[in-house]
Design a protein around this ligand. Structure first.
Ligand SMILES: [Zn+2]
Length: 294
């Protein structure tokens, strides 16, 4: 990834709570065509996440510890916060002199944007401001959250607004935490009264239908986009008596992962509209004060 910093935009998507087995089965049965189109080799990579729930997993991700391949390592990391003695940084690793990826990318000239989904990105409580606080610009609202059936559409709409006001020459790092898979997810399965593996899969189908628009958007800025897409942990629907996550279980630790580069769109799909001097104050204000306006 080192040779892409500066020339490529970056998109990190966490499909919060997505189980590997469900992701792989949906892909194999043709239920996630957008993902099939972009995943290297048309498959998810099976990996182990560093943590069993959102808050811990994202701290690890932002420090450079993405889910690890399940085969014996060491495995070279894409990026890493510099620290002495790292054995998984290699020639292709982008090493930054900061404690987290958003800060490292900001120092490299990137505008950094967080579009939060699950509760750990809800700034209504101090705990929900820790991860978003790493970014120059952070957004969260109930329409992005776990009870909103069109959560990824709402996040993509917001990113469209952000991109339309960001100078094209400024590289962009976008982080999106997608809440659809997280409980409750039964609203994706008509008639379902409880969450289940079937409603989990239906939620993934919704996400897949929307991802195409997100991918088109992030490649509309005249540069290629390095994409990293993965789950932060799985979850349980009664296996071995467990419901939920934050427990040590194979279906919690094992997550789908992929990274790939999307080429720049030949023509911008979302050109910046003319901005009358006064008018477009309809822009929603960032949920948090921006540390670094574009
Ligand atoms: Zn999570």
């Amino acid at each position: 990834m080192r040779d892409r910093i500066g020339s490529h935009d970056l998109l990190l998507v966490t499909l919060d709570t997505l189980r590997y087995d469900v992701a792989a089965a949906c892909l194999a049965h043709g239920r996630t065509p957008q993902l099939a189109r972009v995943l290297p080799g048309g498959v998810w990579e099976r990996r182990h996440t560093p943590a069993s729930f959102t808050y811990a997993a994202h701290h690890a991700f932002f420090a450079g510890f993405l889910p690890t391949p399940v085969t014996p390592g060491p495995h070279e990391r894409l990026f890493a916060a510099r620290f002495a003695g790292s054995e998984s940084s290699g020639p292709g690793t982008w090493v930054f002199d900061a404690a987290d990826l958003p800060s490292g990318l900001a120092a490299a000239g990137y505008h950094t944007v967080c579009l939060g989904g699950v509760g750990f990105f809800n700034p209504g409580a101090p705990l929900g401001r820790v991860l978003p606080g790493l970014f120059a610009e952070a957004h969260w609202e109930p329409a992005f959250g776990v009870t909103a059936p069109a959560c990824l559409d709402a996040q993509t709409d917001r990113l469209t607004e952000i991109i339309n006001r960001l100078p094209a020459e400024r590289p962009l790092f976008t982080f999106v935490n997608v809440a659809a898979l997280h409980q409750p997810n039964r609203h994706y399965l008509p008639g379902a009264e409880t969450d289940s593996l079937a409603s989990h899969a239906a939620a993934l189908e919704y996400v897949d239908r929307t991802l195409g628009r997100l991918f088109t958007l992030v490649t509309s800025r005249g540069r290629p986009c390095q994409v990293i897409i993965c789950s932060d942990h799985g979850t349980l629907y009664g296996e071995d008596g467990h419901t939920g996550h934050r427990v040590a279980h194979e279906h919690v630790w094992t997550v789908p992962y992929a990274d790939f580069v999307l080429p720049a769109h030949p023509t911008p799909a979302h050109p910046a509209p003319p901005q009358p001097a006064s008018a477009e104050s309809a822009q929603p204000a960032p949920t948090q004060p921006a540390k670094d306006q574009p």
